[in-house]
Design a binder for this molecule. Structure first.
Ligand code: SF4
Length: 121
């Protein structure tokens, strides 16, 4: 069982239910297609505001191995690249959740290698 968390953009969370992220997670499509044939569990779904270091520490303690940084983070979060690198010190990171593999303006950044199954795009 691979434990996963999804990190979304705080401002977007004010009006988004997370439906797109959760649909792709549940159906193992888009950024979650890499887990076909693998048991996965969604342990956390949280936004970028507040005490993010605390939230990430809680995810680590809960055994989360991979964090998907959401597509809205890729599109609109200032400091997306720095955040992916920062989180990548403790987790494998996939830099989008649903929609196109690459962003229209921002390239998808990921940090992989800690978990062997995270090798496909
Ligand atoms: S990536 Fe899409 S579904 Fe997920 S939180 Fe952002 S806007 Fe909502």
């Amino acid at each position: 069982m691979v434990k996963i968390a999804i990190l979304i953009r705080e401002e977007t969370s004010h009006k988004c239910t997370g439906k797109g992220c959760l649909k792709s997670f549940n159906q193992k499509t888009e950024s979650f297609a890499r887990y076909q044939g693998t048991d996965i569990e969604l342990v956390g779904f949280f936004h970028s505001g507040g005490d993010l270091d605390y939230k990430l520490q809680k995810m680590k303690e809960a055994g989360v191995e991979i964090i998907h940084v959401s597509t809205c983070m890729r599109a609109k979060y200032e400091g997306y690249a720095e955040l992916v690198q920062r989180i990548g010190k403790d987790f494998d990171v996939i830099g989008y959740t649903h929609g196109s593999t690459e962003g229209k303006k921002v390239a998808t950044l990921s940090v992989t290698g800690k978990i062997s199954l995270v090798s496909k795009s």
